[in-house]
Design a protein around this ligand. Sequence first.
Ligand code: DOR
Ligand code: ZN
Length: 346
Amino acid sequence: MSMRITLGRPDDMHLHLRDGAMLEAVLPETARHFARAIVMPNLVPPVVTGRDAAAYRARILAALPAGMAFEPLMTLYLTEATEAEDVAAAHAAGLIRAVKLYPAGATTNSQSGVRDFDRVRGVLERMAEIGLTLCVHGEVTDPEIDIFDREAVFIDRVLEPIRRATPGLRVVMEHVTTSDAVDYVRAGDETLAATITTHHLILNRNHILAGGIRPHYYCLPVAKRERHRLALRAAATGGETRFFLGTDSAPHPDSLKESACGCAGCFTATNTLPILAHVFEEEGALDRLEGFTSRHGAAFYGLAPNPGTVTLIRGEPVAFPARIETGAGPVTVFDPGFAVCWRVAG
Ligand code: DOR
Ligand code: ZN
């Protein structure tokens, strides 16, 4: 059956664009469909100061192909040396939309992140005062904690104490992967929200490990048990305004994924919207897709919805490219493992 649905032009509220040749190759994959994205600052070296963010923003805009419109929403990478004054000035200048907290060692390029959370208290207090959002990679790094438990433990050990100590701080718990996180966000007030990725709506841990190891399904936080995936699906498709799309599309060259020690990240920018349409259709929730992709995130960040629309058409199974070529080597496009019959018109 042919069908079409039209959405307000979407926002990706958590995206890795990288730099240089990789940036050039992956940026059009997002800008083709998305009007804006919250751009992660975990470059090497990271985007730490307002000056770094301005320079990175200029590089992104310079890499945008002629004729494409896209607004990068910049973030700063929180370190123990971050100065509250610099953060506040970048915010006042309209340069940044959020600050990203990586616990040191939690994920790709997080080694400059935070070890002692008391050391960033002053910055967090200032952010609460000025209404600037903290985006959180919510995993503890304690080697004693099983990797599948790291998100749930982070809520109790780190996130709840930070939120209690910093009333009013706006927090996005990024790429949630557990029912624990979904429940925590639901129980919170209007200062708390969560992003959900496309791939975590598809994958459970069996997909990564059963019948052979699938490096292109390895990301962080790692996909959990099936019951957690179902909780994420319910949160994403249920129309709740504090859950919205952040793809965490995270390109790595295939040589670094298909390796004895492979990098974490799924590259989903190319086919995210068709896969989401498939998921929302399966859940009988196509009427809620626009909220998830185009409304809830903007509202949380205090942004107007984008002008313009995208239309998705349902027809024959679509052959998405298996990989995109980049100057840094080929990057495999996320394969959901089932036929997708939706494509973006135009
Ligand atoms: O899978 C991931 N990849 N998770 C992250 O937190 C970082 C990201 C990356 O930068 O590659
Ligand atoms: Zn990320």
